[in-house]
Design a protein around this ligand. Structure first.
Ligand SMILES: [Zn+2]
Length: 382
């Protein structure tokens, strides 16, 4: 029996973690482009819309009319994509709580990056208002729309005494914030998913620590966002390509008389906010080189950060895990960050491959929730 892989192309749709970046450049334009690619190949994607940013824009739009223009376009792009059959689900970055607008598109974010560091009541309030916002917006188009899944900002979902139970109280069917093997120790984010008990198939989480599999059936399911390790040579090629284009940009800037200052990219991540403690500077660089190209680090299955060769290795790994599961059907969730996509051609090539694969069927997150409810997908207990 061959396992059918039900693949969800999920995307975290947002500006940068520190609130910088133009939503038109990092969100609206690349989402429209991606939707076009999905439509061309006849598949439907899922967008985890970061709602805190939008709620803050709406709350301050009376004082700053330019925010209303952006917030209106945000809704327009979301509705446009939803009308074309793509899914919209819940993603939330709590650092936007109490954000203050500085004018000219600049924000000052003061909140903690991890939802786990907020009191229960506040977690509940943020999640409930985000869910209600999306449902009110999208039920204008489809009265049956429901927010059924959640991905935590910066992956922060465990351990927590309250998060999983709040999600289930709110009617969320599954969480996809766990990524087996990753670890972050940055000024903003501390999490350790290096010892997750289930890296691949849906499972009932220990309600106080979703890294662990519960012994019993729980009111909510976790589906890990896929991750894989290795891909040493492919990641070397990817990073070499990136370094070359950075060098070309610098040379161009020298020629243009800018003194060789690297032109700031309108896309992607800001600075080194995701650099782990002890991994900056020369020694840190050496550590990162060894981890990535010698030992083979864990990669999140984030297609915006992978080249085509890495995506192929990711699929080989997914097929191996699917065969090992011995399940007739298994949902697999990928990641993407529209804000990080520099080149859509590798993603399009990957999508074209997926469409032709007889053992892969693309699904939306809502379809995964249906599958969990009707028994197509089984969640395991310990
Ligand atoms: Zn995010």
């Amino acid at each position: 029996m061959q396992t059918m892989i039900h693949l969800a192309l999920a995307d975290d749709w947002e500006v940068r973690g520190n609130g910088t970046g133009d939503p038109r450049v990092l969100q609206f334009e690349p989402m429209r482009k991606l939707v076009k690619i999905f439509n061309k190949h006849g598949i439907r994607g899922s967008f985890n819309a970061e709602v805190m940013q939008q709620l803050i824009y709406r709350s301050q739009q009376e004082r700053f009319p330019e925010l209303k223009v952006i917030a209106d376009e945000w809704e327009q792009v979301v509705i446009e994509s939803f009308r074309q059959g793509h899914d919209i689900q819940l993603h939330l970055h709590p650092q936007w709580l109490d954000a203050s607008y500085q004018g000219h598109g600049n924000w000052k974010l003061g909140g903690d990056w991890s939802i786990l560091n907020y009191p229960r009541q506040q977690i509940y309030a943020m999640l409930a208002s985000g869910k209600q916002y999306l449902e009110t917006l999208l039920r204008q188009i489809d009265t049956a729309y429901a927010c059924v899944s959640f991905r935590a900002g910066s992956w922060c979902a465990a351990p927590s005494d309250s998060l999983m139970s709040i999600l289930s109280e709110l009617g969320i069917v599954f969480d996809m914030s766990i990524v087996a093997g990753i670890r972050h120790d940055t000024p903003q984010v501390k999490l350790d998913y290096t010892k997750c008990e289930e890296p691949f198939v849906p499972y009932y989480p220990d309600m106080a620590d979703a890294r662990r599999v519960s012994r019993s059936v729980e009111p909510l399911v976790c589906i890990p966002t896929n991750s894989f390790s290795g891909a040493r040579f492919a990641s070397l090629r990817r990073d070499f390509g990136k370094a070359c284009s950075a060098l070309q940009r610098r040379v161009r800037s020298l020629r243009n008389g800018n003194g060789g200052a690297p032109p700031t990219s309108p896309r992607g991540r800001s600075g080194d906010e995701w650099t782990n403690k002890g991994e900056s500077g020369a020694v840190g660089l050496l550590k990162r080189v060894i981890k990535r190209y010698v030992l083979g680090q864990v990669h999140i299955a984030d297609v915006s950060r992978l080249n085509y060769a890495m995506m192929c290795q990711m699929m080989t790994h997914i097929r191996r895990q699917a065969a090992r599961s011995r399940l007739p059907n298994v949902p697999v969730i990928l990641e993407n960050h529209t804000k990080d996509i520099h080149d859509f051609s590798d993603i399009e090539r990957f999508v074209a491959d997926v469409v032709l694969s007889p053992d892969v069927k693309t699904v939306t997150l809502t379809e995964i929730a249906h599958g969990l409810r009707n028994g197509t997908f089984k969640a395991r207990a310990a």
